[in-house]
Every structure is written in C-alpha cells, then in structure tokens.
Design a protein around this ligand. Structure first.
Ligand code: UD1
Length: 419
C-alpha cells in the first residue's frame, strides 16, 4: 500500500506552478460529449479523477487521445452509448456530470448512483429536478437512474441551493434544448465560468455564468474548439497555506488572483504578508500568526475545499480559531487525525474550535478524503518527526505531482510502497 511520509520541514521557500483545475477539467471533459468535431484541451491536470473521466468518455464511444503533457484531443462524433458503467461511476462522483450532456445529445442517459469523497450525503435531487424541468422523465431503478426525453425544451429553473454540479449538469443539458433556459440561484464558481467559456467556443449560447442567473439559448449543434483549463484555485490555496504554516516564503505561479480573495483575506488576517502580481501570488509567513475564523460558503465565499487545509494552519495560530462548515454536513473527519498528531480541535456539528498553537507530533494518520489528505501533509510539515499518511489514493484524485511540487519548495516528503 502506498503511503506518503512527511518530515518536519519549516520555512518552505521557492516557486511552484499551479496545475489546471480538476473541478474545471471534469465538467469540460464531460461537455466534450456534446461536440461533433475535434476538441483540444490544454492544461488538463494528470490526476486519477481525470483518468476516470477519460475512461468514462471512451466507454461512451468518444475518441480520447493524449497528445502531449496535459494535452488531449477528443472527438465525440461517434458516440455509441448513453449508459455509464457502474465500475466507473462508483469510482468518482463527478462521473455523474456526463448525464446532462448525454441527455442533451442522445435524448437518454442511464447512470448508477455516484461514488466519491465520503463527506456527507451528497444527493443529486437538484440535478434531476433540473432535467425534469427541461422535459426529461426520470426513472430510478434499483440505483440506476434513467433520464430520457423525446425533446428537451428550455425552462426557468430555480435551484434551492447553488449546487456546482447541478448548475453544470443543467447547463450541459440545456445547450442543445429547444428555446431558452434560465437557471436562477445558480452556482457562481470560476469553474462554471470556464465551462461556459468552453461551451461558447463550441457554438453554445450561454450568458451570465459567474452570476446567480445563467441564460442558455439552445442551438442545433456544437462543434469543436481549443481550450485551456483555468488554474486550480484549491491547489494554489494549498501551497499558500504551506507557506503560512511553515513560516516560509512561497511564490505560487499560474493563479488568478481574483479567485483567491477569501484565502488571501484569511491569510492576511492571520498575519501573513500576501503580495499579488500578474498570475502569481507570494505568501510570506509570520513568526507569530494569530487565530482566525472561517465559514465555508458557495463562491465567492470561503471554499469548503480549503477548510481542511486551514484547520491544519489553525493548529499553529495563537488563540482560538473557529471553522464553520455550511456546505457539507460531515466534513471534519480530518480533525480526529489532526488531534492524533497533538492538535486540540473540538467539533460540534458543523463547527470546529481549534485551540492553538500546539506542537504537533508525527504519527500514522489516514487521508479520509482528498482535501483532508492535503491537510495532513501540511500538518506533517510542522510536526516533529515523521508523519505517515495512508489511503493516499484520495490525494492522487486531486493533486498533480504533489510530492515533487512540495520537494521543489524544500519539503522533506516521499512516497513509499509498504504495509
Ligand atoms: C463540487 C466540487 C467539490 C466541492 C463542491 C462545493 C467538482 C467536481 N466538485 O462538488 O470539490 O467541494 O462543489 O464547492 O466540481 N446538493 C444537494 N442536492 C443536489 C446537489 C447538491 O442537496 O442535487 C448539496 C450537497 O449535498 C452539498 C451541497 O449541495 O451539501 C454542495 O454540493 P455541490 O455544490 O453540488 O457540490 P459538487 O458539485 O458535488
């Protein structure tokens, strides 16, 4: 079994480049099912989740070729299936994103219920409500969900919660529907803007992405295009926290500063120096950082995908820090792992109180989900001795070359294969 070993590595220093965003690449790969001509995608991160999505596309009849580092050419002219296999669906929740495009392109899609990170119940009711509003009939047959429609027709859809995946799935179903669709209370994440930009290049009419009201006018067909995936704001944020927690000095390149506002604000509040340049952010840690509070919210609020990494940071801040998780119901499993390392975190419901600073000690810990895994690496950097992280397949789902990148900043981190 592969593990990551992290040894105490204070004062990380240097420059690291952020990869393309996982959460933009996945819906964009799914959306490539809508096109009938060649699509070239650049800056696609090499991740387990991306690998699974390309397998899903191939299983549906797409021709997917890797033509260089982080570069793919995809042609979905000859789709021959609207059904995704259970083995693939169960590996990754985001496989569900093929449902919207398949419904739009083929008029039917069959999928088993999705798998993915274990961070609370993750229903898909909003996705299905959206498809229904467009005229699809939904059937649930022992875990196999079928959506089908003779013809999809645009409609007004109000989302009870600005779900990222539901917003993306509904956009992708609506781009080939007849007439106009308006999604109200839509998610506003940058990855949705990237998806809309990609779809527009293919010939779709999507306006308002990045606001809470997205308008889609159906078109006859979508063709091909070239597109570069936006930088991963969560990966960038993880390295920014690495600078803060190790009291180091790190420049993170290939970032869009406007996507990083809550992270920048909170690091500054803790006492770090944050310098924003064109496409780069420098974070200089402080010797005596102070406690902060965070509350996760849909974009532009503080991202839930950065909560775990901040919890690690908070163990090193002076005073009581508070983290409130409003997006997912069960996303504090890393708190127990951090407590094993000597942290003092008490969790009640959706709120964690972190009493710091605490001297952490390296021990055996488990990556309970993707971002929890990143949080343990960060904690390992400041812990005495060696931190041994297991179940690192979670980390590989979402971080490209994570050990190399940390090593380039001076971290003592390695991957080993042992019991
Ligand atoms: C996406 C991201 C994930 C991130 C999350 C929130 C991808 C591939 N993943 O996940 O990294 O943590 O956004 O920023 O982009 N919900 C419902 N019904 C639904 C759909 C969602 O109740 O039909 C609830 C979920 O249970 C959860 C909340 O809405 O509590 C947020 O989920 P959502 O925004 O849909 O997240 P994902 O798209 O799954």
């Amino acid at each position: 079994m592969e593990k990551i070993l992290v040894k105490n590595s204070l004062h990380l220093r240097g420059t690291v480049r952020t990869s393309g965003a996982k959460n933009a690449a996945l819906p964009i790969l799914a959306a490539s099912l809508l096109g009938t001509e060649d699509i070239v995608l650049e800056d696609v991160p090499e991740l387990k989740d991306v690998e699974i999505m390309t397998e899903v596309l191939k299983s549906l009849g797409s021709d997917v070729k890797k033509i260089g580092k982080n570069k793919f050419i995809i042609n979905s002219k000859n789709l021959n299936s609207y059904e995704t296999k259970y083995e693939l669906m169960s590996k990754m929740r985001a496989s569900f994103l093929v449902m919207g495009p398949l419904l739009g392109r083929m008029g039917k899609t069959v999928n088993s219920l999705p798998g993915g990170c274990n961070i609370g119940s993750r229903p898909i009711d909003l996705h299905l409500k959206g498809f229904e509003a467009l005229g699809a009939i939904i059937e649930n047959n022992v875990g196999d969900i079928t959506a089908s429609a003779e013809e999809l027709t645009g409609n007004k859809i109000y989302l009870d919660f600005p779900s990222v995946g539901a917003t993306e799935n509904i956009i992708m179903a609506a781009v080939l529907a007849k007439g106009e669709t308006i999604i109200e209370n839509a998610a506003m994440e940058p990855e949705i803007v990237d998806l809309a930009n990609f779809l527009r290049k293919m010939g779709a009419s999507v306006t308002g992405a990045g606001t809470s009201s997205i308008r889609i006018r159906g078109v006859e067909k979508l063709t091909g295009c070239n597109h570069q995936i936006i930088p991963d704001r969560i990966e960038a944020g993880t390295f920014m926290v690495a600078a803060a927690i190790t009291k180091g000095d790190v420049i993170v390149e290939n970032v869009i500063s406007s996507h990083m506002k809550p992270i920048i604000a909170k690091l500054k509040e803790a006492g770090c120096e944050v310098i924003e340049n064109d496409e780069a952010i420098r974070v200089i840690g402080t010797e005596n950082p102070k406690a902060i509070s965070i509350k996760t919210l849909p974009y532009p609020g503080f991202p839930t995908d950065m909560q775990a990494q901040f919890l690690s940071l908070m163990t090193q801040l002076r005073g009581n820090s508070v983290a409130i998780e409003t997006v997912f119901e069960n996303r504090f499993m890393h708190a127990d792992e951090l407590n094993k390392m000597g942290a003092d975190i008490s969790v009640e419901g959706r709120e964690a109180i972190i009493n710091g600073p605490k001297k952490l000690k390296g021990t055996s810990v488990k990556a309970t989900d993707l971002r929890a895994g990143a949080a343990l690496i960060l904690a390992g950097l400041v812990a005495e001795g060696t931190t041994e992280i297991s179940e690192i397949y979670h980390i590989d789902r979402g971080y490209e070359n994570i050990e190399d990148k940390f090593r380039s900043l001076g971290a003592n981190i390695e991957r080993v294969d042992r019991e």
